[in-house]
Design a binder for this molecule. Structure first.
Ligand code: DGL
Length: 267
């Protein structure tokens, strides 16, 4: 049976990074009802263990799916996807779209044969990344660096705060200072928070290095999986839902309105 037209797409991330996946999805599916969920009580995921995330993410997504009855869920977070995607698929009776570091397109793009992967500390140590490198970037050099500072910086930027240029410089140096780093000509933004700092990162890497992320590919995948389904005739404002955290209150609604969000809830 086809989902009802008002059944939403559920986007899930530890914080606001998943908005970079929501953006291109709204271009393809402009009237899709949206629920954007951020696990602020668990942010940052990049500093959590695999065990913790493998338990936390399916449990939370299960609660959210029960509450919002989505037609499809998007794990708009590389850390959660590389660790918990299989657990979520096993636990939920719902199509699940994950986020995978864009190593394949980066390997097709590089001329020097040196690719950088900038992610969270958890993502860059995953065997999943070894596997992607072996399958799609054999014979190339894949440098990796985990930058928690960029996650904090991206959250701050979206709240209208200034991003410390040192944080950006340190993240780039983390790749460039590795053997072979001078030749790097493509950098994969393997954390959904990082495209929020695209301009700052582009200035820091210089004009000869291309930055790539998987957001548009994920948007196309969502459109493909929902092909033939019914949607509302008119767009209505989406809901953002945050897990309750004392240290980390939800951002002002104005920061989310450009992404079509009209209401903030906490759970
Ligand atoms: N946005 C997330 C990702 O794509 C994780 C950020 C974090 O919570 O550390 O990996």
């Amino acid at each position: 049976m086809l989902p009802a037209p008002d059944a939403p797409i559920l986007f899930f991330d530890s914080g606001l990074g998943g908005l970079t996946v929501l953006g291109p999805t709204r271009v393809l599916l402009p009237t899709a009802p949206i629920v954007y969920a951020a696990d602020y009580a668990g942010l940052p995921y990049g500093e959590k263990s695999n065990e913790e995330l493998a338990a936390r993410v399916p449990a939370l997504l299960g609660r959210l799916a029960e509450r919002y009855q989505p037609r499809l869920a998007v794990i708009a977070c590389n850390t959660a996807s590389t660790i918990a995607l299989a657990h979520v698929r096993a636990a939920l009776d719902l199509p699940i779209v994950g986020t995978v570091p864009a190593i394949k397109p980066a390997a097709e793009m590089t001329r020097s044969g040196v690719i950088g992967v900038l992610g969270t500390e958890a993502t860059v140590r995953q065997p999943y990344v070894d596997d992607l490198s072996a399958r799609f970037a054999a014979g190339k050099t894949v440098l990796r660096h985990g930058s928690p500072g960029l996650v904090t910086g991206a959250e701050a930027k979206l709240r209208g705060e200034v991003v410390d240029p040192e944080v950006i410089a340190r993240a780039v140096a983390g790749l460039r200072d590795q053997p072979g780093g001078d030749a790097m000509d493509v950098v994969v933004l393997a954390c959904t928070h990082f495209p929020l700092l695209q301009n700052e990162l582009q200035v820091a890497v210089g004009p000869n290095v291309r930055l790539i992320d998987g957001a548009e590919g994920i948007a196309r995948r969502i459109a493909h999986l929902t092909e033939g389904q019914r949607w509302p005739v008119k767009a209505s404002p989406g809901i953002a839902v945050f897990t309750r955290s004392e240290n980390n209150p939800p951002p002002p609604l104005a920061a989310l309105m450009p992404y079509g969000i009209g209401t903030i809830e906490t759970v």
